[in-house]
Design a protein around this ligand. Structure first.
Ligand SMILES: [Zn+2]
Length: 1019
């Protein structure tokens, strides 16, 4: 079991500037303090568990003894990295607290709790004199972190730096399956506290080491349960740890932008509280130590170039030290690109610090085993001259040796050069503040008249949670913004709201755009508009989230490591204006002290309450808070009390006024009270019962959906595919079944489950595995949805239920006949690896489109390409070729042929034509005996389609986009009394796509009224 952080181990060639020897040329040499004896027993075991003499270093091949400080064995019962031993998170924390008790060189801070209530800690270790004045040191670091406090005065910064010790923050066990770092960090902490060698003493005096030994505390405890189960059942296969955190698995390292997980909030909190300069995150995957601090291109485009140099300095020096120790397989350059800022380590990169990450070699547990590598893993390459061995016995102790040796040499180098790094820290903060006037933009503006105030407030809160400052204009102001491009028809081209507002409409060719970009026009923003100024210390973070991304299809990097686009204004469906004009900084404004809240409450009087539908996710919370009140939704836009209301707006009766007022204030929703209901056609919506389906294959991608439902207080039953298979009458229990994407194995695997050979794989709470189960349980994870599950799902839909599918579960629905008239075309060239694309509503009367405008930016990761037909299967299901070529004959290419010896044909039938998102109209021939013709009311209804090829890309990498362009993106397929709703884009992803959540929520709320507003084909 290894980390898939490194998916490819062959790096593409790139020119890399090697800066390793710029500073601290030789590094310090380790020599033990002759007066300090070794802990003989501990040292003997270290050597016993290390499988080869070259899998260790003089730094960690022994353990200096201490009369007062306990070694990790006090908790582990053996040495760190011993076979068969993995401590729970509480044991690790227990050890750190014993260290704190035994020494004034260690201090433990509680940094928050996980979703399941487990504690997270950070341990600060330094010389006792430094720790005694920890708060004073922290106050000095805070000044350097925000140099506005002393007017960016370099001389003052130098004075502050002279007495300040930097903080190097190390995090372990973020990925639960990567098990080595907690014991490595326990022993590292001991060494830093107890080793009296000059080498370690120098580290202690020059740098504060801050350690969070277990980041994913929930996942760690489950992983230890599974490992112990494995030890107790040595002959059996063991279950994969299908849940790490409560919500997501591997993606806990992709939450750095949306900040949805407790662990991300806690690490951001610790990083900012302790004013750290480095965040060094420990992972395990490839042999033996890949320091991906250097990584590969493209680098994130918003970082200060100083940071890129620091990556090179630290990465190459660090691996050089291991090479000099003779440790094979230590390398710095590799295939990780540093484009997206969503990784946990990037908390530092975006806050003027240094992000770092190690991938060491783990066995996924503490067994010592013979490991055989693939040729590409042991190949000598230009960046890995001393590669790993083709075959070696590998132990958790070896892994711990590599981790500790890497960290100690990094700390030593950082400490030796602490002045330089501190100066860089200050300089980066200063340049972040100057950014508004140097490279720009000056600010991002969020107009007060945005039609989606709730979504706007939520986006601003995300920035605030990140530590960004938000201000509010106290008066209207006018600044120059890029001029709107004139469309061919002379009207302003609005494109997508965000893109047009930002003046970066993506349908212009790059050259055209450059020209356009120079033209500006004044724009007035109303009082109350929000501003994120770029003259603040975390300006780069806000810029990285709010700007657009462009990844060239010709980039030398052909395998993006993660998402390539994420532009938050687009994905939140919020207007964000990038303003270069520095006059924006002079607008009258106030910095907000608290969280941004959208205005909420009740205006007017009367018994009928109206709430405008603006696709704000909090409307979903409102419906479920007032489960028993009667809610109608308007099928057309209307006016009331002098205000305009969108299609889908709520008309509420018999909700308790006081409670509604309080709730509306809390949720930031404006309610209009009126004397009588408006005269508009409506239908009632209830609070539908939701079944939420997951597999036992992977819970990675579905977790993001569950998290949002929980946050909004929407109740659901969380059921596995096995429960679906065992429940004959799903319709009796549920109105709606959500089947979010699985992300593993495809439709066949969802049906088949895990292979049925071998032993059962239990996932349940037992005395042996107390941390497992809880979220969901099964006696055996292997069986999948099966044919019975498919049949039950189909019966559910036919009986009037709504099944919502996305990406691979949409593929499942299409493959197994749940979506008559829809097929999936396999892509030939399309590359959209986590890309923001434009979509257009083509049926605004569908309840699924309620609250939206004409366009919407959506997230897709090579989502399925849907094609529609009005017939089922056979040759009638195929699309005619777009431009039928004329056959060989008389005349020019555009002329009709002319058979000789008879008059020209008069009745040449027109070939049926349709847009790419539509089905071809039926021909007379097809209707002669329409066995396969789908009746008009049962045909798929396209609600949203992908944009045209020329303006499909909003942000990220898109290649071969014409394969996806114009195809249906969201399709409502009626089946008898029920519906299947197919998504190609993923509407709920990493807390970043809030603008598209309501596509799903509309479907839920209107599950029994989805036919509303439909125009049927005439035949
Ligand atoms: Zn990992």
């Amino acid at each position: 079991m290894t980390c898939d952080d490194v998916r490819r181990t062959i790096a593409t060639l790139a020119l890399v500037v090697i800066g390793s020897s710029l500073l601290g040329a030789q590094g310090a040499k380790y020599a033990p303090d002759p007066r300090q004896p070794n802990d003989e027993e501990y040292t003997r075991k270290i050597r016993e568990y290390t499988t080869e003499p070259f899998f260790t270093s003089p730094l960690v091949d022994h353990l200096p003894a201490s009369k007062t400080v306990p070694t990790p064995s006090v908790v582990l019962g053996d040495v760190a990295g011993a076979p068969g031993i993995l401590p729970y998170s509480a044991d690790v924390h227990d050890y750190m607290r014993r260290l704190e008790k035994a020494s004034r060189r260690a201090r433990v801070f509680s940094i928050g709790k996980s979703e399941e209530g487990r504690e997270m800690i950070a341990v600060a270790i330094a010389d006792e004199a430094i720790l005694a004045k920890y708060d004073e040191n922290r106050a000095r670091l805070a000044r350097l972190a925000d140099p506005r406090s002393f007017n960016l005065d370099d001389a003052e910064a130098e004075r502050v730096m002279a007495t300040t010790v930097p903080v190097y923050y190390i995090t372990g066990a973020l990925h639960a399956g990567e098990t080595g770092s907690p014991t490595a960090l326990m022993e590292l902490a001991y060494r830093l506290v107890a080793d009296e060698s000059p080498y370690i003493r120098a580290i202690r005096r020059s740098v504060i080491t801050l350690i969070t030994p277990v980041v994913e505390v929930d996942g760690r405890d489950r992983q230890v349960d599974v490992y112990k189960w494995h030890l107790a059942h040595p002959k059996d296969n063991w279950p994969q740890v299908v849940y790490w955190g409560k919500y997501v698995v591997h993606d806990n390292n992709r939450d750095g932008m949306g900040v949805k997980l407790a662990l991300t909030r806690n690490v951001i909190g610790a990083f900012m509280d302790h004013k750290a300069q480095v965040l060094h995150d420990l992972h395990e995957s490839v042999p033996y130590l890949y320091d991906n601090t250097v990584g590969d291109g493209p680098y994130n485009a918003w970082i200060d170039p100083i940071l890129a140099d620091e990556w090179q300095m630290l990465g190459y020096h660090n691996m050089g030290e291991l090479t000099r120790f003779g440790m094979p397989g230590a390398f710095a350059h590799g295939d990780f690109d540093t484009w997206t800022p969503g990784y946990l380590m990037f908390i530092a990169a975006m806050r003027n610090g240094v992000s770092r990450l190690y991938e060491t070699f783990g066995n996924g547990g503490a067994d010592t085993v013979e490991r055989t590598l693939s040729p590409r893993e042991y190949a000598r390459t230009w960046y890995r001259q001393n590669p790993p061995l083709p075959k070696a016995k590998w132990s958790q102790r070896n892994n711990n040796n590599y981790q500790q040796t890497g960290l100690l040499t990094a700390l030593s180098y950082y400490g030796e050069n602490s002045r330089t790094f501190l100066r860089n820290f200050y300089l980066k903060a200063k340049r972040s503040v100057l950014k508004a006037k140097t490279e720009g933009p000056a600010a991002y503006v969020f107009p007060a008249d945005d039609p989606r105030p709730g979504a706007q407030a939520e986006l601003l809160r995300v920035l605030q949670r990140q530590g960004c400052e938000v201000s509010r204009a106290t008066a209207a102001f006018t600044v120059d913004v890029p001029a709107k491009r004139k469309a061919k028809d002379g009207k302003d081209d609005e494109a997508a709201p965000g893109a047009a507002a930002a003046g970066t409409a993506t349908d212009a060719k790059p050259a055209e755009k450059k020209k356009e970009g120079k033209r500006t026009e004044p724009r007035q923003f109303p009082a109350g508009s929000y501003l994120v100024r770029m003259d603040q210390p975390y300006s780069r973070l806000a810029d990285a989230l709010l700007d657009h991304q462009y990844w060239s299809p010709n980039d030398p990097q052909k395998y993006p490591y993660d998402d390539t686009g994420w532009t938050f204004g687009e994905l939140f469906n919020v207007q964000v204006v990038r303003v270069i004009d520095p006059r924006v900084l002079d607008a009258a404004m106030q910095k907000l002290a608290g969280e941004v809240v959208a205005p909420g409450g009740i205006d007017g009087t009367g018994p009928v309450m109206i709430v405008n539908h603006d696709a704000d996710p909090r409307l979903m919370a409102l419906r479920y808070r007032f489960k028993d009140a009667s809610f109608d939704v308007a099928e057309e836009p209307f006016e009331a009390a002098g205000r305009k209301f969108n299609r889908g707006s709520f008309i509420i009766r018999d909700a308790d006024g006081d409670t509604l007022r309080k709730t509306a204030i809390e949720l930031g929703l404006k309610v209009q009270a009126v004397a009588a209901a408006p005269g508009v056609r409506t239908h009632a919506i209830g609070a539908p019962r939701i079944g939420y389906v997951h597999t036992w294959l992977s819970t990675q991608d579905e977790g993001w959906w569950r998290l949002e439902l929980d946050a909004l207080g929407v109740p659901y039953d969380y059921i596995s595919t096995q429960v679906v298979a065992a429940t004959r009458d799903l319709r009796a229990r549920y109105d709606v079944i959500l089947f979010p994407p699985v992300g593993r194995g495809g439709p066949q695997a969802i049906v088949a489950g895990l292979p049925m050979w071998g032993n059962p794989l239990p996932w349940k709470t037992t005395p042996e595995t107390p941390n497992i189960g809880k979220i969901d349980s099964t006696d055996d994870m292997r069986p999948g949805l099966g044919w019975a599950g498919l049949a039950n799902l189909e019966a559910f839909v036919r009986a009037g239920g709504l099944l919502v599918t996305t990406d691979d579960t949409s593929d499942l629905a299409v493959s197994y006949g749940f979506a008559p008239g829809v097929s999936i075309t396999r892509p030939q060239r399309l590359k959209a690896p986590g890309t923001v694309v434009r979509a257009k509503f083509v049926d605004p009367a569908s309840p699924i489109a309620y609250g939206y405008g004409d366009d919407l930016s959506v997230y897709t990761s090579n989502g399925p390409i849907f094609t529609l037909s009005n017939t089922l299967g056979g040759r009638w299901g195929r699309r005619a070729s777009e431009e039928p070529e004329r056959p060989t004959g008389r005349g020019t290419a555009d002329d009709p042929d002319q058979p000789q010896g008879r008059p020209p044909a008069r009745d040449v039938p027109e070939e049926p034509k349709a847009e790419k998102w539509q089905a071809l109209p039926l021909t007379d021939e097809q209707l002669r005996n329409p066995v396969y013709v789908i009746p008009p009311a049962q045909r798929p209804r396209v609600v949203l389609r992908y944009g045209d090829a020329r303006d499909l890309l909003v942000s990220g990498l898109l290649d071969g986009g014409s394969e996806l362009a114009q195809h249906a993106a969201v399709i409502d397929v009626p089946i008898e009394k029920g519906h299947v709703l197919l998504f190609s884009p993923n509407p709920v992803w990493r807390g970043e796509t809030q603008g598209s959540y309501f596509l799903v929520f509309n479907a839920i709320l209107n599950f029994d009224q989805l036919g509303s507003g439909r125009t049927l084909d005439a035949r």
